[in-house]
Write a protein that binds this ligand. Structure first.
Ligand SMILES: CC/C=C\CCC/C=C/C(=O)SCCNC(=O)CCNC(=O)[C@H](O)C(C)(C)COP(=O)(O)OP(=O)(O)OC[C@H]1O[C@@H](n2cnc3c(N)ncnc32)[C@H](O)[C@@H]1OP(=O)(O)O
Length: 300
């Protein structure tokens, strides 16, 4: 691949190949030192690590809508990898610093009118984000504090647990079909693993965006809480998960997710080529352009 974002990411962070990350020694519980907080930030995400609790909070901060651009995905992977390699961190809470939006999904402008090389680089970055998060040794909790269509929903689905603010105006779902595009098999597999085949089948075909209460009813999110309680509830859930020995939880997670992860790892390049040929079609480009125009018109 021609100087892809992930190659840069690996060069900068010394990231291990995915398979090796699984074989990593179990995390140690944090040492009983006085409470210590560390923070690091880049253009797209802000990370605060509470060393005494062993928990990091990663806040998406890419206004206006936290769209998953190539830059965002690269910075996300770098931050996640830093935490993954930090023995003081056993869990991460993903949330948004942008009011009312968790993430608007893949950045549509990255999929419109670009070169084949760009599509390949972008798609590899999307794959990498999912592979790293789905196989993370850390406990991952999504604190969904806003709308979360498509790729934004995928991020939440990829976590171990989802808590959503109970605002009925917030929606979540894999709405790709509404854009005239198709969620790839690993989006679908992740969705099926959370909500089951029947719900996933109709929701995916209709490209449904579910209101927060409906998302809870179909099991897309695990619980709803008032927005002002979201942070505290995510912290409490995290403590509950971290009360268990890491090695038992990690091995169980690996067992539950391995088949789905292995499927993409085995077909990664094929999946990139499939994305390129699909997204390059003139009919698909036209659908995406029309969708972007519709978003703009909605504003005026
Ligand atoms: C073989 C496999 C092939 C393909 C697989 C591809 C899988 C794709 C996965 C995806 O994630 S596709 C993206 C799907 N996302 C959406 O449908 C969300 C679209 N956005 C919205 O619905 C809304 O913007 C909102 C997130 C609900 C926020 O609404 P709000 O009213 O607050 O903001 P507004 O609509 O005015 O948007 C502000 C600004 O941001 C631009 N925008 C919004 N979403 C995206 C996006 N996903 N990518 C790029 N840009 C986006 C929007 O156009 C506005 O821009 P402007 O200020 O310049 O007009």
């Amino acid at each position: 691949m021609a100087a892809p974002a992930l190659a840069r990411c690996m060069a900068r962070t010394g990231v291990l190949p995915l398979g090796q990350a699984w074989g990593r020694a179990p995390r140690l519980p944090p040492s009983p030192l006085p409470a210590q907080r560390r923070a690091f930030s880049n253009n797209k995400v802000l990370v605060e690590l509470d060393e005494s609790a062993g928990v990091a909070t990663m806040k998406f901060k890419s206004p206006p809508v936290n769209s998953l651009s190539l830059d965002f995905l690269t910075e996300f992977c770098i931050s996640l990898e830093k935490l993954e390699n930090d023995r003081a961190c056993r869990g991460v809470i993903l949330t948004s610093a942008v009011p009312k939006i968790f993430s608007s999904g893949l950045d549509i402008t990255e999929m419109c009118g670009k070169s084949t090389e760009h599509y390949a680089e972008f798609w590899r970055a999307v794959q990498e984000m999912w592979l790293r998060l789905y196989s993370s040794n850390m406990v991952t909790v999504a604190a969904v504090n806003g709308s979360s269509p498509a790729g934004g929903c995928l991020i939440a689905l990829t976590c171990d647990y989802r808590i959503m603010a109970e605002n009925p105006k917030f929606s979540i779902g894999l709405n790709e079909a509404q854009l005239g595009i198709v969620a790839p098999f690993w989006f679908k597999d992740t969705f099926v693993n959370v909500v089951g085949h029947r719900v996933a089948e109709s929701s995916l075909q209709l490209g449904s965006l579910h209101s927060a209460p409906e998302a809870h009813r179909i099991g897309l999110v695990d619980e709803l809480v008032p927005e002002e309680k979201l942070k505290d509830r995510a912290t409490a859930v995290m403590q509950q998960w971290l009360a268990l020995p890491d090695h038992a939880r990690q091995l169980t997670k690996t067992m539950m997710r391995k088949a789905v992860l292995d499927r993409l790892v085995a077909h990664r390049e094929e999946d990139v080529q499939n994305f390129i040929s699909f997204i390059s079609k003139e009919s698909i480009q036209k659908s995406l352009r029309m969708y972007m125009e519709m978003l703009k018109k909605k504003k005026s």
